[in-house]
Design a protein. Structure first.
Length: 401
């Protein structure tokens, strides 16, 4: 496998060129794809060659930048109104993650406030879009480190309040790390920061011992991407299937070792694609179940030290202030083949990596339901961790975002 990297998005400020890491080939192959137009980006986002709410917003913004750069180089005459239409098309590539529409709508507002619809796109238009895109990319990385630190503070405060002692573990779903953002990540960013700061040597009565990433069917972001990141950073983890969470929590709560660890699950930390005004949060399918599982164990345990906190980690660019509740969130449905087949390279017994292959794992031609996301109700969420501190917690059962 060529040199391993976690840099999902590469924008060259001098060449005004954009490359994305093809995440459909990870973890077996590191391959970058050139993105030269809005059409290229629509395809790459739709196919999930790049995915993750913040990452697709950053790719969307950089794509408009390189698309305009290319058209100026080709001396194409395009009005601002025509460019806005192409931007609206890009927004439709993945409807649930609000980051993409937030970013592209902000670019449209900048264009509308600085130029006439009938004006021909020129260098001044390009400069406005590039400046916004670079700031979005750099701001996302800064936000993620703040989310990580805020997550550490919340976890530390929680464990101290509970008078918890000893090692603890964290469950997470999908991929919310460097491959889903500009770097460090959101939920996985908190795990990175917890691994770095809440060590046994840090002197607290408690310390982080283990992460449990879920496989995250059907696209397998956890099995392919989160394990790739955790392995790269040498963070201790054990991959589990999506249907193993209750057994994992139950075994560890009874001090029954799972592989080499007995550290109880104290936090389930997930990302988000859209957090709406009342705190309902859309995220990868299976997230609602995780919130319900945490709630079950909390209802059936009387001991404060056993309580599990359900945390949503997301930057403010993922918050949708225009939508009241989760009932109003459009959930993207994906193609049936993602459920009925598996795509990947043939891996021989000696570990050598072959050509990409598609294998069937279900009866051909059957009816399939493949929603990419679900909505965790705010009632089941203990904290929403953004780049702001203190973190968002419910007052009288309600979030105030
Ligand atoms: C920080 S990534 C947020 C969010 O995006 C992922 O969805 P997908 O892989 O389908 O783009 C997943 O729901 C993450 O939690």
């Amino acid at each position: 496998m060529s040199q391993q990297t976690l840099e999902a998005i590469v924008f060259d400020k001098n060449l005004d060129s954009l490359k994305i890491l093809d995440q459909l080939l990870l973890p077996y192959k590191t391959h970058y794809i050139d993105i030269e137009s809005i059409d290229d980006a629509f395809q790459a986002i739709k196919l999930m060659q790049v995915r993750g709410a913040p990452a697709i917003a950053i790719v969307g913004a950089f794509t408009v930048t390189v698309d305009v750069h290319r058209s100026l180089q080709a001396n194409e005459k395009r009005t601002v109104a025509e460019l806005v239409n192409k931007i609206d098309y890009l927004v439709t590539s993945r409807p649930t993650a609000v980051n993409l529409s937030n970013a592209l709508n902000e670019i449209k507002q900048l264009l509308r406030s600085s130029f006439k619809d009938s004006e021909v796109v020129n260098e001044a238009v390009f400069d406005v879009i590039k400046k916004y895109s670079v700031a979005l990319h750099e701001g996302d990385l800064d936000n993620n480190y703040k989310i990580g630190d805020n997550g550490v503070k919340y976890i530390t405060e929680t464990l101290k309040k509970q008078n918890f002692q000893g090692p603890f573990s964290i469950v997470t779903v999908c991929n919310t790390g460097s491959l889903a953002t500009s770097g460090h990540g959101t939920a996985l960013g908190i795990i990175r920061s917890v691994h770095a700061q809440l060590t046994k040597e840090a002197g607290n009565d408690f310390w982080f011992e283990h992460a449990y990433p879920l496989e995250t069917r059907p696209y397998n972001q956890g099995a392919r991407l989160t394990t790739y990141e955790l392995n790269y950073e040498k963070i201790p983890f054990t991959l589990i299937c999506d249907n193993m969470v209750t057994s994992l929590i139950s075994s560890l709560s009874k001090k029954r070792a799972v592989k080499s660890s007995t550290a109880p699950v104290k936090f389930i930390i997930v990302g988000a694609d859209r957090v709406v005004k009342n705190g309902d949060s859309a995220n990868k399918i299976g997230t609602f179940q995780l919130a319900a599982i945490a709630n079950y164990f909390n209802l059936t345990s009387s001991n404060e030290q056993d309580k599990i906190k359900f945390i949503v980690a997301a930057p403010n660019t993922t918050v949708d202030h225009n939508t009241a509740t989760g009932d109003d969130i459009v959930i993207e449905e994906r193609p049936p083949h993602e459920l009925t087949t598996l795509e990947g390279p043939l891996v021989s017994k000696n570990g050598s990596i072959g050509e990409k292959t598609v294998v069937g794992i279900a009866t051909p031609g059957i009816q399939v339901w493949n929603p990419a996301f679900d909505v965790a109700p705010h009632q089941l969420i203990d904290a929403i961790v953004t780049e702001d501190y203190p973190v968002h917690e419910k007052q009288n059962g309600e979030f105030s975002l």
